[in-house]
Write a protein that binds this ligand. Structure first.
Ligand code: 6GU
Length: 231
């Protein structure tokens, strides 16, 4: 069963890079069906207008509801079941590995990329009549539009779809799946520019190596992300 992701954006070429990444292979193998749509296809005026000034005043422009309404209608009309609508927004709930796992279980996501000043609020209310709606933020900083965030989410979700990542064990060992940061990794040569690989890793003692790695995980989590330890 192919997972489908529709992306609606005013910058469709931004997503061309999906072809060449890990996810491009998932696409070729029929595991992931990503369809990118230009929001302007659902405008009808000469200038293909997608935004307008905010009611009540204020800086910036707001995305008009009409093209969004037509875009969501067209995608839903072409869908087997109600999708989950994902709107990247700095005003959303935090997107975490748990969110990525939830989304990886959804057969159909529709990601609506707005500019950061926002989309007319009524679009979210309308989308909620067509399916479930999630506003999600990558973190506490501001991007100009939802596209970079959408790309991050597609990669985080896509790699959790069975068969997309070659070695499923690499999904388990990583930061945030176990609630700790990753341990440090080394490869050959054993000595490089005066820096030596920790001796324990050359010992062949797998029990001692596992214990050392766990200690390293805890130490660096305490140092860099005490919040993950409740500290
Ligand atoms: Cl999801 N969108 C925008 N525009 N800015 C963000 C973000 C999302 N997450 C963090 N900053």
């Amino acid at each position: 069963s192919a997972h489908r992701i529709d992306v609606v954006t005013i910058f469709p070429s931004f997503f061309d890079v999906l072809e060449v990444s890990l996810l491009g292979k998932a696409r070729d193998r029929g595991l992931l069906d990503v369809r990118v749509h230009d929001l302007r296809e659902w405008t009808h005026d000469r200038h293909r207008t997608v935004d307008d000034t905010p009611y009540g005043g204020g800086a910036g422009m707001v995305m008009k509801p009409e093209p969004w309404g037509e875009a969501l209608d067209a995608i839903v009309a072409d869908a087997a079941a109600p999708p989950v609508f994902v709107f990247p927004s700095p005003a959303g709930e935090m997107f975490t590995q748990a969110t990525a796992r939830e989304f990886a279980h959804e057969p159909h996501l529709v990601i609506g990329c707005g500019r950061y000043e926002g989309i007319d609020e009524r679009v979210f209310e309308y989308a909620a009549r067509l399916g479930r709606v999630r506003l999600v933020s990558l973190g506490d900083y501001v991007l100009n539009g939802g596209e970079v965030a959408a790309m991050a989410m597609i990669e985080a979700v896509g790699r959790l779809i069975p068969g997309v990542v070659g070695n499923p064990e690499s999904l388990l060992e990583e930061s945030h799946e176990g609630g700790l940061l990753e341990y440090p990794s080394y490869t050959k040569p054993a000595s490089w520019r005066g820096y030596d690989v920790p001796e324990i890793l050359l010992s062949g003692n797998h029990g001692a190596i596992a214990a050392w790695r766990r200690e390293q995980q805890i130490a660096r989590t305490r140092e860099r992300r005490p919040d993950l330890l409740g500290e």
